[in-house]
Design a protein around this ligand. Sequence first.
Ligand code: F6P
Length: 743
Amino acid sequence: MGGGASKNSGNPGGNEENLEHAGGQLYVSLQMDCIKHNRELVPHVYGSVPLIGLWDPSKALAMEREATSRWEISFVVPPNHETLEFKFLLKPKHSGVPCIIEEGSNRLLTGGALQGDARSASFRFTERDETLEYRVYINADRVSPVDLAASWRAYQENRQPSVVRGIPDVSINPIDTTCLENASAASLELELEHYEVPPPASCANSGTYYAANTTETPRSLRNGGNFSSSSNVNITKSFMSKALRMNVADDSIISEGSEALPPDLEEMQAASGVESKSVGTHLSLHKQDSPRGFYVDRGVSSSPRLNRSGSSLKKAFPAASGAVAAAAVADHMHGPKEDGQLAIVLVGLPARGKTFTAAKLTRYLRWLGHETKHFNVGKYRRLKLGLNQSAEFFRPDNQEGVDARNEVAALAMEDMIAWMQEGGQVGIFDATNSTRKRRNMLMKMAEGRCKIIFLETICNDEAILERNILLKIQQSPDYADVTDFEAGVRDFKTRLANYEKVYEPVEEGSYIKMIDMVSGQGGQIQVNNISGYLPGRIVFFLVNTHLTPRPILLTRHGESRDNVRGRIGGDAVLSEAGELYAKRLANFVNKRLKSERTASIWTSTLQRTILTASHIVGFPKIQWRALDEIYAGVCDGMTYEEIKKNMPEEYEARKNDKLRYRYPRGESYLDVIQRLEPVTVELERQRAPVVVIAHQAILRALYAYFADRPLEEVPHIEIPLHTIIEIQMGVTGLQEKRYKLMD
Ligand code: F6P
């Protein structure tokens, strides 16, 4: 077959010259496509030049799949081949033989021009008496060797990782065993303790942290109110009355015995005097075109309403920049369909990590600038009905208990909706909501007021459940007065069984189901009927988050020469003190993470952080552009004194609103938070320890995220030099330690 080699004209040397004169090498690109392509066969090409096998099918070049039914290959024919002869063949994917060679004569490319007809490639399968046709596209361009070399160089360069002064984005210093100290674990402990300093009083150390305790307090209890037994009755009735007036208590609620409404609702409500104010407020708003109450027309124009100042407007837009701000404005302009008010309604049996997930999501959304609140129905129940409700209370056939639980759920939902109508954006409604009936009630209450997404947490891992149950007995105020731990566990397990009897997983509406995702190892997330900016971000966050504890070490770079001069920004190297810190930090990291199987070191792309990490050995180091210090724009490199003297208005503006102030041509803290979002999500996703070596503003923003500090505080958080802040995230909340290695 095709016995002839490539055709060179009489004098090969002269021919090469001619071809080079004519413009150099031939860049050949071949494509084949066939809808009926057999997946087991790979298209190849072979022919007259060594590169494509010199007519040896075993040396044929495999084509690459470009699309489902399209294959392609490109190669360069050396200049001494005036005529290239070739053919296509199909080879079995795994063995390479036997192969099927296309029918017909060899294809010829002479000096880049195709000879003969442009024909398709037909392959005959004799056994099946079948012919398969492939469409063929052939292109040949002359390229000068110089261009070719240049494009190859560019290709190679693009393949190189980016570097900062020769240090690639991902690098690792090998361990020099002579540097490592042979200290025992005990003495290391002692040494670390030696550097420990107390965190500032405002820090987030959680102690006996129980996530539900930090959630919203019922409105009626604010300003010194209380759930006295008489007001309890009134609140219930008030809620039910409201449900009626809101047109949300449809037949399903009224007819279901436990939630039947008393006939004298109005009277009771009038008598109660409790909560009626908030009802009035949100009912009247509901009647208006705008559920948020500040928006009259929804036209898309640069109408002054977008510039209106006033508290309601301020509240309606999140304290955010970049993507979050753009999404908020778009949602307002799109009108009700994309309305900003979103209720994330948790669903799941007890001890499934609902409250922790809700707390995490609240923290994340708040940090991004979305007005978010966490409403925990358990807290409402405890405040209204007291602690010490035994498992009996949760029996599905205990009508009184069912009524009471529905009542507090409705009360919390009512508060949440009222808060949204005052400008709140995302309400996280945390309860079991484990029956369809309960969820229907919530959906009815939300109708026309906010969009509901159910977030169901399912956990089938017995070990995790056991752990969660033990934590519950240790931490939940429900068991605060139970002195017999075992009795507490038994009671809680009976409560769980009571819930299981009537549990109905979510199958309705918009929902996100997290199945066995607590550990961060595998699991599943199911999403139904979810769209829009914020729901999308929430899903992305939930996919990446888990509750496996691991330390995160935050530190600023060692002192830089600009720090010494008082200059902001820049890309200075370390001062002598900074160098010393870099060495001490390496020693510290080595000791602190000695027992960890793996860990990674993250720096910015600025020299001072890379140099600070330079002595750390044995762990991969990753440079993040997103970790670079806040960019001071035209003020970069100046001292605060210089800014005050030369740009007094800028200085004052920053002093007045440091969170939102954006340096001319630079960034604000809100900008920084936006660019740090991928870093935060990646930190959430990591299961091994991470050491983050970054800068003051960056660490303020990251610390605020983990410590759940309000945005307004971010620019003022204390992040001293030469100090390591170790935070440990887990189901028991955030634990913080600080180590001061030097002044
Ligand atoms: O001064 C060190 C520094 O990291 C500067 O580079 C940066 O502009 C500044 O801190 C950020 O802190 P602040 O927001 O308080 O100015």
